[in-house]
Design a protein around this ligand. Structure first.
Ligand code: GLA
Length: 742
C-alpha cells in the first residue's frame, strides 16, 4: 500500500514500512525503513518519528545532513553523489520536488522489471534548467516485503545532457555498528561469504568486466552487529542487472550510512539529446527483523514469485544429464548413444549435449560462431540425437555460447566489424574468442536467428547458454560512453525474444560457472550453473552463501566424478548427491565407467530425488549451519509437512559431539517420522557392501526438532563401537527425510 501525507509518502508491505519525507528544500529524504508502522497520524513525520525534519533556513550547506534518496555533487552535500550530470556549460544541478503520483505499475521498455507489483509511486523532480526531469520510481511488493526502486532522467532541453552517474537506489539511515555481508570470489571459487564492520569511510565494490562477474555478487546485505541468524535488523539489496555495477556504502562521522547501488560509473557516460530519456535498472530493497534466515526466506519468495519466468514457477525442471565432465570435446554419436541408453535407464529426464557438437570445435579455442552440426562426429546430426533421446523417453538439450565468436569461423571472416573492438587496436582474445557487439541491431538479429535455427534443428527443450570470457576493448568514446549499458540492453533484447518465443524452454545460464549470476539473468533463465567447481565442500559453501539472496530452485547442481576436475579431493557419490540435492539435480559423470554398485547408487539417488523435488521448487530453504566457520553444515528444505535435511561434516573428530537434528519451519504440535538415506561410503573407489550406512529412524514432535533437537545415531569412534553408529568419514554426511504423521 502507498499512502500520501502532506509531508511525504509511506510505502507499506506485509511487515515493513518505507517512508519518504519531502523536505522544505524540495529534497526526498529517507525517513524510515523498518518494521511496519500503522500510520494513523496525519503527518508522515509524526507517524514515523525521525530526525530528518526541516533544515534550518540559511544554514550552511544544509544538504550535508539530509539522508537523501538521491544526491548530486557541488551543492553542499559532501557524501558520495548518486547522480552526476553535465551539459556543455554546466556541472551544477539542483532538483526540487514537483509532484508525486501513485499508479498501476508501468513496465519499463528495455530492462527486466519484476512482475506483479501491487502499486507504483513516481516522484518527479525538476531541475533549475527547466526541462531536465528526474523521476524516482518505487514498486511495492506487499506479500514479499520488497520495494523496487529505479531512476528515470528525461532531457527536454535543447542542450545535450551527459549522465555520468545514475544509481538505481540510495538509502540512508543512522547506526553505529553495521556490518557489510557480501560474496566475493573468482572462477571456480565463487561466492565466498565475507563480513566486514563498516568503517568511517567509503566502502565500494562492483564489476567492470562487462558482467556482474564472479569477483563480487551484486547481492549484499547490511546488518547490525547484534543481528543473529534468526533475529535482528538486516537489509538486503539486489540489482536487476547483468553488467558492470557499483555498490558504495559511506559511513560518516555522525554514523549515517549512505548505501547506493547501480550501474558502474567509472566507465559510463550516457548522452541524452532533446526528447531522450534514460532509465536505470531496478534496485531491490528488503528489510527483515528476523535476521539472515528472515531475509533469505523473503528473497526466496520474491525471486520465485516476481523474477523467475513463469515456467520455473509452474513446472518442475527435469533431471538433466550433461556430458561435459564425462567426454569433454572427445565424443561421437556412438558414445552419446551409449550415455543416453544409461541415462534413460537411470531415470534422467533430459539429455543435454554440451560443447563440441559443431564443426571445427576440437577444443575450447576454436570455431564458435557458425553453429553447424559436425556430421563427422554426429552423422545423423542433432535431430538424430534428439530422436534417439526421445526414443529412450528423454527430451534433448543443447549447449551454446551465442555471444562469442572465434577467428576461424565464417561468421568472423564475413563480419569482422561485428566484434567488440576499438578500430585502432587488435582486440584481445580471451579463451580464444571475441565478443559479438550486441549493441548492434543486425548482430542481435543474427544471434536470435542462429539460436532459433539450432533450437529448431535439435528439437531442444533445454538451452545451456554459456559466456566464457569477460569483455575487453569496448570502444568507449564520448559518443558511446554507455557501451557497457547498451551491450546488456542488447543482450536483454535477444533473451527477451527467445523467452517470449519459447515460454516452455528450460534455460540454464552459465558464464564459466557463476560469472553472470544476478536477478537480471534470472528474469529470463530458469536456473544458473553456479560454478565449475563441484567439489562437495566447496560447492556446499557456494550454495550456502548464495542461499541468503536467491532461491535454491535457481541453482543447477550436478553430481560429478569422485574427484572434481577442479579440486581433486575425493568425495563419495552419495556425499556429492547430499549437496547437489539442494537445487536442480543433474549428473555429469561418465555413465559408461560406473561400477555396478555406483550405477545402482545413482539409480536410487534419482528415485529419491523425484519423490522429494517438489520441496526444492515450492518449499522454504533454511541454512541451519554452514561449513564456514563451522565443521558441520546443515541444509533443510521444508513445506511444514515434509522436510529433507542434509547434515554434512568437514573433518571427523576422535571424540565426536552428539549429533542432533535441530530444524526450522515445522509445526510444533505435529508428530514427524524421520529416516535417513542409507549411504554407501565407498573408500577410494572400492565399493563395499559391508559399509552400507546405519538406518536411523524414529518419530518426534515438531517442538523437539525446533528446540533442543532430536538425537541421531552417534558418530562411530573407536571408543564406542557397537555396530549401530553412523560411520562417517571426512567430507561426508547424511540426508534425512521427515514426514508429518496425520
Ligand atoms: C564452461 C562451462 C562448462 C562447460 C564449458 C564448455 O566452462 O562452465 O560447464 O560448458 O564451458 O566449453
Amino acid at each position: 500500500m502507498i499512502q500520501t501525507f502532506s509531508d511525504g509518502y509511506l510505502l507499506s508491505t506485509k511487515s515493513t514500512s518505507y517512508a519518504i519525507f519531502i523536505a522544505e528544500n524540495g529534497k526526498a529524504v529517507s525517513a524510515y525503513y523498518g518494521p511496519k508502522i500503522p500510520a494513523q497520524l496525519p503527518s508522515l513525520l509524526a507517524s514515523c518519528p525521525s530526525n530528518v525534519g526541516p533544515v534550518a533556513p540559511g544554514s550552511f550547506c544544509s544538504e550535508e545532513r539530509q539522508a537523501c534518496e538521491f544526491s548530486l555533487p557541488l551543492r553542499g552535500d559532501y557524501h558520495i553523489p548518486s547522480i552526476i550530470l553535465e551539459t556543455e556549460d554546466s556541472s551544477v544541478f539542483d532538483f526540487r520536488f514537483q509532484k508525486g503520483e501513485i499508479r498501476v505499475p508501468n513496465a519499463l521498455c528495455d530492462l527486466p522489471t519484476p512482475h506483479g507489483a501491487s502499486e507504483e509511486l513516481v516522484l518527479t523532480f525538476v531541475c533549475q534548467f527547466l526541462g531536465i526531469v528526474m523521476e524516482l520510481h518505487y514498486l511495492v511488493f506487499e506479500e514479499s516485503d520488497v520495494i523496487a526502486r529505479n531512476v528515470v532522467i528525461r532531457n527536454h532541453t535543447e542542450k545535450e545532457l551527459h549522465i555520468q552517474k545514475a544509481m538505481s537506489y540510495q538509502l540512508a539511515f543512522a547506526n553505529h555498528d553495521d556490518i557489510l555481508l557480501s560474496n566475493y570470489g573468482s572462477w571456480a571459487h565463487e561466492a565466498i561469504r565475507e563480513e566486514i564492520p563498516l568503517p568511517h569511510a567509503r566502502v565500494s565494490f562492483g564489476s567492470i568486466n562487462g558482467w556482474t562477474s564472479n569477483r563480487h555478487n551484486s547481492f549484499f546485505a547490511v546488518k547490525e552487529k547484534s543481528t543473529s541468524k534468526t533475529d535482528g535488523n538486516i537489509y538486503g539489496f539486489h540489482l536487476l542487472w547483468s553488467g558492470n555495477y557499483e555498490i558504495s556504502i559511506e559511513r560518516d562521522s555522525f554514523d549515517m550510512l549512505r548505501i547506493q547501488g547501480g550501474i558502474d560509473s567509472t566507465l559510463f557516460d550516457k548522452a541524452l539529446k532533446k526528447g531522450e530519456s534514460f532509465e536505470t535498472p531496478w534496485g531491490i530493497l528488503a528489510y527483515s527483523a528476523k535476521g539472515e534466515q528472515g531475509l533469505s526466506l523473503l528473497f526466496q519468495h520474491f525471486v520465485k514469485e516476481h523474477i523467475l519466468p513463469p515456467l520455473a514457477r509452474e513446472k518442475t525442471q527435469p533431471i538433466v544429464y550433461n556430458n561435459f565432465d564425462a567426454t569433454g570435446f572427445t565424443f561421437d554419436e556412438n558414445k552419446i548413444h551409449s550415455l543416453m541408453d544409461k541415462a534413460s535407464d537411470l531415470g534422467i529426464e533430459t539429455f543435454v549435449l554440451d560443447d563440441g557438437w559443431f564443426e571445427g570445435r576440437k577444443d575450447d579455442r576454436h570455431a564458435l560462431g557458425d553453429w553447424i552440426e559436425d556430421k563427422k562426429r554426429l552423422p545423423h546430426g542433432l535431430k538424430g540425437l534428439a530422436d534417439y533421446s526421445a526414443s529412450r523417453g528423454m527430451s534433448f538439450g543443447i549447449w551454446m555460447e551465442p555471444e562469442m565468436v572465434c577467428e576461424d569461423s565464417h561468421l568472423y571472416q564475413e563480419h569482422p566489424d561485428w566484434i567488440v573492438r576499438d578500430p585502432s587496436l587488435t582486440p584481445y582474445q580471451a579463451h580464444g574468442e571475441w565478443t559479438l557487439d550486441l549493441r548492434k541491431k543486425e548482430v542481435q538479429d543474427d544471434v536470435i536467428a542462429t539460436i532459433e535455427r539450432v533450437l529448431s534443428v535439435s528439437n531442444a527443450t533445454f538451452l545451456k547458454w554459456d559466456c566464457n570470457r569477460a569483455l575487453s576493448d569496448a570502444p568507449l568514446t564520448t559518443k558511446n560512453g554507455s557501451f557497457y549499458y547498451d551491450y546488456i540492453v542488447g543482450l536483454y533484447r535477444v533473451l527477451g525474444h527467445i523467452r517470449k518465443n519459447h515460454p516452455n524452454l528450460w534455460m540454464e545460464a552459465c558464464a564459466s560457472g557463476g560469472n553472470r549470476f544476478d536477478l537480471g539473468v534470472l528474469s529470463y533463465f530458469t536456473s544458473c550453473w553456479l560454478s565449475d567447481d563441484t567439489d562437495f565442500y566447496e560447492r556446499s559453501l557456494i550454495q550456502s552463501s548464495l542461499s541468503l539472496g536467491y532461491p535454491i530452485s535457481a541453482f543447477s547442481n550436478h553430481v560429478t566424478l569422485h574427484r572434481s576436475n577442479i579440486m581433486h579431493r575425493y568425495g563419495t557419490l552419495d556425499s556429492r548427491y547430499d549437496v547437489a540435492f539442494f537445487g536442480l539435480l543433474g549428473y555429469e559423470l561418465d555413465f559408461d565407467k560406473l561400477t555396478t554398485q555406483e550405477y545402482q547408487t545413482i539409480k536410487e539417488q534419482i528415485r529419491d530425488y523425484k519423490q522429494q523435488r517438489h520441496l526444492i521448487k515450492d518449499g522454504d530453504f533454511y541454512l541451519i549451519e554452514a561449513f564456514d566457520p563451522s565443521n558441520d553444515s546443515t541444509f533443510e528444505v521444508t513445506n511444514g509437512k515434509e522436510a529433507v535435511v542434509s547434515k554434512l561434516i568437514r573433518l571427523i573428530n576422535p571424540t565426536p559431539a552428539e549429533r542432533r537434528l535441530r530444524l526450522k519451519g515445522l509445526e510444533e504440535g505435529a508428530l514427524y517420522s524421520y529416516r535417513n538415506r542409507q549411504e554407501r561410503p565407498t573408500e577410494e573407489g572400492k565399493e563395499n557392501e559391508a559399509l552400507l550406512s546405519e538406518i536411523d529412524e524414529g518419530e518426534a514432535y515438531g517442538a523437539s526438532f525446533l528446540s533442543i533437537g532430536v538425537p541421531l545415531a552417534k558418530q562411530w569412534n573407536a571408543d564406542s563401537a557397537t555396530g549401530k553408529e553412523a560411520y562417517l568419514s571426512d567430507f561426508s554426511g547424511r540426508l534425512y527425510f521427515l514426514k508429518k504423521k496425520e
